[in-house]
Design a protein around this ligand. Structure first.
Ligand SMILES: [Zn+2]
Length: 508
């Protein structure tokens, strides 16, 4: 059995969950579900990043301790992921004891290996970014290029990580691991960042207290970004359970947006090398999800939350839209009208309609009992091709293509029903053959769509009688579960209500 370890970034606890966070998380979730379906042992990690000056100041402003503040804000992410049926196996918070242990162990190893040393640091610091900026990176009047607010001049003793020593090791690593960073354009970007030259980086702060203490000099805490990256190692036992860590590392799949490429593709592999560990095997980088052409931000007031959309579209409609309409890699544009159109076309008109037609004919003309499929069905060959295409698409992190392939089978089956007109046929072997094939397609589609449609797939499975006759959907494993002929026949089909009632575009 293969192991599949997948992570989202840990989200900054001061943020409010929006559709951009949810995009990364749903994509990781769908991949985790797909890998469970193909029989892999999966560990799916998400969590929250809770240290740093910004959290300390927000807590002070709210009259809370930083941890009290983080308890409240971290809960918003757990709620959002519950709302979206996210199947994470763990939720890490960087304020947990296990994380302190892991960060201190990894940094101590890098320190003992001679890659960390003390120095003085001063520079322009954006509290919102938790980052220093060079003079040339700032906007006019010393404003942060991201937040467009004034930066502050900080001066402090810091520990420095000798990143400059890792230029050549990183370039060699990228060269010998061409599949590490996906897509290729982002791999090239990472190589370009290293080729430009790397400077040593400050990894500790003595001016703030809200962080993981530096074990050999506890007046310092680690800078929030380096503490945060180590969460991926903490969650699989780094610093506490070496056997567990070795079981899951380094074959990890980090999923993230392009804005944090530098941290993940340059700093993180170098830090791991410094500690004597292996860099992560896979990093999947996607673009921004834009709203009216702009990146979502608090200051632009263009943030859309999952909870703004789920009541109208349902969990399935929400997940399906983002997986189907936002190809993984380039920037995408959120459009409410596009979401309605996709829901109506694929879910209401295609899948929902197929289920309702089949269930109606079976109820009226087959006494409510679903017949078995015919081995020689023309749909069998289409199903076989679709399963192969969907499998290949998930493997290359293209959920949109996997779903597109799956819906080809739905459309072909609707077309076959329109050609055969079973609603006009007399009961008998000819009608049974048509209906058995359509039920078999619904069975296969329930399996293939289950990483996206967490609820509708279960409901289709139940209505066509599979749950009762064969067992739960989540016990199915590919490839066996998609081999033509798995629908047993002679099982009760439940007609039910419309699975995906049509939507009207209700908002401008
Ligand atoms: Zn900033």
């Amino acid at each position: 059995m293969a192991r599949f370890y997948i992570t989202t970034p840990i989200y900054y606890v001061n943020d409010v969950p929006h559709i951009g966070h949810a995009y990364t998380t749903i994509t990781a979730d769908a991949l985790a579900r797909w890998h469970r379906l193909i029989g892999d042992e999966v560990f799916f990690l998400t969590g929250t990043d809770e240290h740093g000056l910004k959290v300390q100041r927000a807590a002070e402003a709210a009259g809370l301790t930083p941890l009290e503040h983080a308890d409240l804000t971290s809960a918003r992410f757990r709620e959002a992921w519950r709302l979206l049926d996210i199947s994470n196996d763990d939720f890490i918070r960087t304020t947990e004891e296990r994380h302190t242990t892991s960060v201190q162990a990894l940094m101590q190893a890098a320190y003992d290996n001679g890659w960390i040393e003390k120095g003085a640091y001063e520079g322009w610091y954006c509290v919102s970014c938790e980052a220093y900026y060079g003079e040339g990176d700032l906007l006019d009047d010393h404003r942060c290029p991201i937040h467009k607010r004034p930066v502050e001049w900080f001066k402090e003793d810091n520990y420095f990580f000798k990143l400059s020593a890792f230029e050549q090791p990183l370039l060699e690593w990228f060269e010998s691991h061409p599949g590490m960073i996906h897509p290729t354009s982002r791999r090239n970007e990472a190589i370009g960042l290293v080729r430009q030259g790397l400077e040593d980086i400050s990894i500790s702060r003595s001016s703030i207290t809200w962080g993981v203490p530096v074990p050999w000099d506890p007046k310092h805490v680690f800078y929030v970004w380096y503490d945060a990256l180590i969460n991926y190692a903490t969650a699989v036992g780094y610093g506490s359970d070496r056997d567990r860590f070795d079981a899951w590392w380094p074959v990890v799949h980090h999923m993230m947006g392009k804005d944090i490429l530098r941290f993940h593709a340059v700093y993180w592999p170098a830090l791991l090398m410094a500690a004597g560990e292996t860099p992560p095997a896979h990093e999947y980088i996607h673009g921004f999800l834009l709203v009216a052409g702009e990146k979502m931000s608090k200051t632009a007031f263009n943030q859309i939350a999952p909870k703004d959309l789920v009541p109208e579209f349902g969990v399935d409609g929400y997940r399906y839209h983002f997986l189907r309409d936002q190809p993984f890699g380039p920037d995408g544009e959120f459009s409410y009208e596009g979401m309605v159109a996709r829901y109506n076309a694929d879910l209401a008109n295609n899948l929902g309609n197929l289920l309702s037609r089949v269930a109606t004919v079976v109820a009226k003309q087959c006494h409510g009992v679903g017949p078995a499929p015919s081995p020689a069905s023309k749909l069998a060959a289409i199903a076989e091709a679709v399963v192969a295409d969907a499998t290949a698409a998930w493997a290359r992190v293209a959920p949109n293509e996997a779903l597109e392939a799956t819906w080809r089978l739905v459309r072909e089956t609707n077309a076959a029903l329109e050609a055969a007109q079973p609603w006009k046929m007399e009961p008998g072997p000819a009608l049974d053959a048509v209906m058995g094939d359509a039920l078999e397609v619904l069975r296969i589609v329930a399996v293939l769509s289950s990483p996206a449609l967490t609820r509708a797939s279960e409901e289709i499975w139940r209505r066509i009688g599979m749950a009762e006759s064969v067992g739960p959907l989540d016990a199915q494993r590919l490839p066996d579960a998609a081999v033509w002929g798995g629908y047993p026949g002679a099982v009760r089909v439940d007609k039910g209500e419309a699975l995906f009632p049509r939507l009207k575009a209700s908002r401008a």
